[in-house]
Design a protein around this ligand. Sequence first.
Ligand SMILES: *Cc1c(COP(=O)(O)O)cnc(C)c1O
Length: 396
Amino acid sequence: MTTVYVDNAATTAMSRKAIEAYLPYMDGIYGNPSSLHTVGQVAKEHLEAARERVAKCINADPNEIYFTSGGSEADNQAIRSAAYFGARKGKKHLISTAFEHHAVLHTLEKLRREGFEVTLLPVGPEGLITPEQVEAAIRPDTALVTIMTANNEVGTIEPIAEIGAVCRKHGVTFHTDAVQAIGHIPVDVKAQNIDMLSLSGHKFHGPKGVGALFCKKGTPLQSFIEGGAQERKKRAGTENIAGIVSMSVAMEESCSNMAANAEKEARLRDRLIDGLMQIPHTKLNGARYTRLPGNVNLCFEGIEGESLLLLLDAKGICASSGSACTSGSLEPSHVLLALGLPHEVAHGSLRLSLCEWNTDEEIDLILQAVPEVVTYLRNMSPVWEELEKGERPHLI
Ligand SMILES: *Cc1c(COP(=O)(O)O)cnc(C)c1O
């Protein structure tokens, strides 16, 4: 049985180029970039070349890039740093949205317990934030606005440049979790008025366990891992050179092929949406067009997302019910609840996240398998029977 992998928002497979860029550091280039001798300095040159590659993809300066262990660490550092620097000036108000990644939401929740005040903006049924909403929430004591560039579950794309402009106008630091956006849609930290940005290698065919934080020159950054002077004293620890170089190559590759990849993915995405929306009592989650080229997120009434996933897996289709981080828990997705879906509907969700390697034949397989499995599950479901008999109202 062939595997159809459509869970690229959870993680991607490494590209051939990224693997080839990784290997020399396992076999040959082993120096510590902090060593003064030649072996160390060779590693240092490779590290700095990677920093330039990453910076270039988002129109930043290389000295504004700090390598981290991934998107979660970058989010934690950016948010805590801006919060603590704000607090020193008496600013203890933080603004975000209700449907951020848990790396953001859980950090904000901890800060709230430390005495910060957090405003989570509602995202509305389309999963979109407006710059006006952000402006209305900004107060004299606001230290930070953190809003994701693209949502990891429903793929909606926020108006980052406009939100950044509002923040700049009011002198508020603006951070964006761009983990789902980098390599998939254009990101330009200067044009989009971004002060801090998080990215992660494994969401664009790079390796796992490596990411970066962009921090604009002049925006203060606090270190949370104490030790050596690596990353200009903002992140101690001997650098993961293999991961960093490989990520930088993957980033360059996805950014230079972005337009062609997006066109291909959007065409496959639209085939999936148009095809699967034919299933009765099905809802597309998130805005129809203001979404990532590879994201499909649907709810099917009367079924459990988990059962759907297991039956699809048995047919070789690897998908998700939403975030990989909440799978395994019985709570429905906080993202779908933020979009206003009732619990019982949010439970029946399916996220298909594509990459440029997916094919029309794979889409054909999905378009055949999903309706079969949905029908099978509905036929066994007592809830569906009640819905069909009119004993309970259809919600979608
Ligand atoms: C995957 C993801 C993260 C976490 O990145 P890791 O590198 O896995 O720590 C953070 N935010 C978003 C939006 C993501 O999709």
